[in-house]
Design a protein around this ligand. Sequence first.
Ligand SMILES: O=C(O)C(=O)C[C@]1(C(=O)O)C=C[C@@H](O)C=C1
Length: 295
Amino acid sequence: MASMTTPRLPFLPARTRSAVAATSSSSPSSPLPRRSIKCSSSTNANSAPLPSTSRQPRAPVADGVGSADLNGLRAPPIPVADSPLPAYRDPHGLPRPLTSADLMESSGEGLKVAYQGFPGAYSEAAAKKAYPNCQTVPCEHFDTAFQAVQNWIVDRAVLPLENTLGGSIHRNYDLLLRHELHIVGEVRLAVRHCLLANRGVKIGNLRNVISHPQALAQCEHTLTELGIEHRQAVDDTAGAAKLVAEQMLQDTGAVASSLAAELYGLDILAENIQGRKSQCHPFYDACSGTYYTSG
Ligand SMILES: O=C(O)C(=O)C[C@]1(C(=O)O)C=C[C@@H](O)C=C1
């Protein structure tokens, strides 16, 4: 086979190697093909300047043997380093240098982002909005999320610092100072609350509703109109949905997102039950890193 007679050509891509093999097979007496080299200042991939070492003047090369006759002594064969391959086309698949464009990357590919709550919480949706391709990491409490960033368990944490009704969430400002982390971005998320319950449960069966205190406050008007008397606060909206589902509660509903309904197998009894059509909440991204804005 032609490729078996082709000498080892370092730094040549397969396509070039087979072209060389074809040339050498046409003149079987030459183990090394003669190749014409074009020097050019163009940046075109196929005509990029040759590496400086290959442009040094050389002793005449004996035809077909790749070695030079110097003062009657036969020099060792000269390795074929005069490939027209530009430096940036590395056939060995070595990593390419990081560019400033990479640093601006905000898709979150490869990032771990902490949020407070269970999967399906609005904070998770905010993290996904900020970094669509990130891996989200649920945390039990706000300080767990801060600690996770500080201990390098995650790269970022996306946390609410303000509520439309409640205003600033002082606890998170306090944690921000205590953990010496920075705010590197902001994302705004439209919060659309749903009333969720177990399959078959009707609004008329509900006596209680559980959720995050802010979500309960935002839906107070609708919940009263629906005739649901009791409220109970829990740590996050998705946690409320999970509790209703796991305990198969028949007289208790949860205020949470439509994603939480899907994740915990609950029915949506009412949609968009917050006071306004939607509430836009700012979430902040705590870490030391690149600044981004979104939303
Ligand atoms: O409980 C959640 O799902 C959260 O992400 C937290 C949070 C908040 O504190 O701002 C987010 C939006 C809701 O209105 C209520 C709670």
